[in-house]
Design a binder for this molecule. Structure first.
Ligand SMILES: Cc1cc2nc3c(=O)[nH]c(=O)nc-3n(C[C@H](O)[C@H](O)[C@H](O)COP(=O)(O)O)c2cc1C
Length: 228
């Protein structure tokens, strides 16, 4: 399996290419992933902003088979409930059906991912809406950096939250003190299939509003940067 020196060049890929091709890569090979690669990805993750620059993050790099098995169990428990809703929503939609098949594959094999990163924050979720935004807003930029860096080196990754359906059980599994909140779980591994490629999103002109919600003068305007 490649070491850091072999994949480091990937980090020089144009940002726009990384953003346009970063997507959930769930089918992962069990082959090992070098610690140096994981550490470099996390170094880049921690270049993200946090509220008040508090940097109250902690990242668990889970390689222990028992801990991975427990996370996989938690994921399966949540998925067994959520899957019913997702399947009825996806009825007749081929693209959604493909995603659900990948999520099912991940649920069946999560413990085989060589590395599972759990992104955590000091403190607990604050009750107010501003509090919640500031709290989770202080970890997801770092998680997105991690996903982009993984994409750049060709390492498969997915942002997941299903394994965190019970914070108590997740805390117990990972030995987290009560003051540390797990926020995202990112399995990492070399892709089993092609891996990354163009992601599909709603057109920007459709989701941008000028001054007031509903005023969408950009509808129909050409996009400035696009490789699709
Ligand atoms: C907050 C959040 C939670 C997510 N939780 C899960 C999850 O538990 N399991 C999973 O397989 N994917 C999860 N995803 C990944 C999304 O399903 C995925 O990003 C979306 O379907 C778009 O797919 P794409 O990036 O491959 O285009 C999550 C994404 C976000 C932003």
């Amino acid at each position: 399996m490649p070491d850091f020196a072999e994949v480091a060049d990937g980090l020089r890929m144009p940002l726009v290419d990384a953003m346009q091709t970063q997507r959930a890569v769930r089918r992962l090979r069990p082959d090992p992933v070098d610690d140096e690669i994981v550490l470099e990805l996390l170094r880049l993750a921690t270049k993200a902003p946090t509220g008040g620059n508090l940097q109250g993050w902690e990242f668990l790099v889970v390689r222990d088979p028992d801990a991975k098995h427990q996370l996989a169990r938690l994921n399966r428990q949540a998925w067994s409930l959520y899957r019913r809703i997702a399947r009825s929503r996806a009825r007749g939609d081929l693209a959604q059906a493909r995603i659900l098949a990948a999520v099912q594959w991940q649920a069946d094999h999560l413990e085989d991912a060589p590395v599972i990163v759990v992104a955590c924050l000091h403190g607990r979720v604050w009750p107010s809406s501003m509090g919640k935004a500031s709290f989770f807003g202080s970890i997801f930029p770092a998680v997105q950096n991690l996903l982009l860096a993984a994409r750049a080196v060709g390492l498969g990754a997915t942002l997941t939250t299903l394994p965190l359906w019970s914070r108590t059980l997740a805390r117990r599994t990972l030995g987290l003190p009560a003051g540390i909140t797990p926020c995202a779980v990112v399995p990492l591994g070399w892709p089993m299939r092609g891996g990354y490629g163009p992601n599909t999103r709603r057109p920007v002109e459709e989701v941008v509003h000028l001054d007031r919600f509903g005023n969408r003068p950009y509808l129909g305007a050409p996009t400035a940067i696009s490789s699709e």
